[in-house]
Design a protein around this ligand. Sequence first.
Ligand SMILES: [Zn+2]
Ligand SMILES: [Zn+2]
Length: 326
Amino acid sequence: MFVQIGRDRNGLTNKLKAMLPEINRRQIYREHNCDSIYEYAGKFGGLSCAVVESVLKLEKKLEAMPELFGLVETEGSAKVALIANLATPENAPQLADKVKNMSKRAVTEMAKEMRGRKNGEESIRATISEKSPCQASQKITLHLDEEMQFLFLKLKQKLKISSNKRTMKKILQKMIKQEFPKISEDFPGKKSAKIPSVSEKSTRIPTAAKKATPAQKSRTGETSESSKNAVYAAPKIATRHISAQEKRQSLQAHNYRCGYPGCNKPHSDFHHVQPFSRTFSHENIVPLCKEHHEFMHNGLVTEKWNFTLDGKIGFEDAIYREKRRG
Ligand SMILES: [Zn+2]
Ligand SMILES: [Zn+2]
């Protein structure tokens, strides 16, 4: 109760803050017998002078990038301020995407990374064109069990499409539109049917599994999928559950720390470098701290573990983002 009301209040405060520059420009405070925006904001909004000043300063810094200042309303001024000094009209769209989709702590880490690499701009540029691991196009062979075959053929018949591939594409498109409308907005790159039903099946199931087992600690779902549903996965490795031995091996390989280059924090999640839904393998898991796990799913890391702002957001990343925001 208290927490909820606190959240509501923060949301309202953010809305007030976002309105300040406009009120100041149009001198609306005069209409309310106030001599300044500070007096007005204190009297009617309960905002201190320091807060008003910081918001107005922030807006000035982001003058040429209104899409970033606009995020004050939903994400709060403190989170937006983290990247204010690093923002340029060129990187503003990417930064807006990160601020929207990452936690405040992960944005803090990202800002640190960007400050550290400002001088090494060249080396970042060199890696920008690399495909992120999630985007690599792969051929996926899928073994359908009897039930899946039946369902697939039924849908194919319904859709009146002769080719299996085009049928699958249609199913996935419909699926995304209906089940994950938010993702389809985030995810303009559904160019081809390169994410066939494997990922659809195994990403869809975790959502249900997560609801069924809310006590499981992982917020990514990656380390906690219920093996009960594994019957739908490909026959090779039937479960998303990562065994204690696999975890231990991965931890040993990374000295029981986060596997992100230069990070010394203890691990919190296990991340699949290649999405499990494509490999059905846990061989490529890496222990990561929460913040760097967010990096991985927000297009901030290249295949060669370099920092980039331009990584693509794959299907699995979109799911991760959705889950994190809850
Ligand atoms: Zn991950
Ligand atoms: Zn880390």
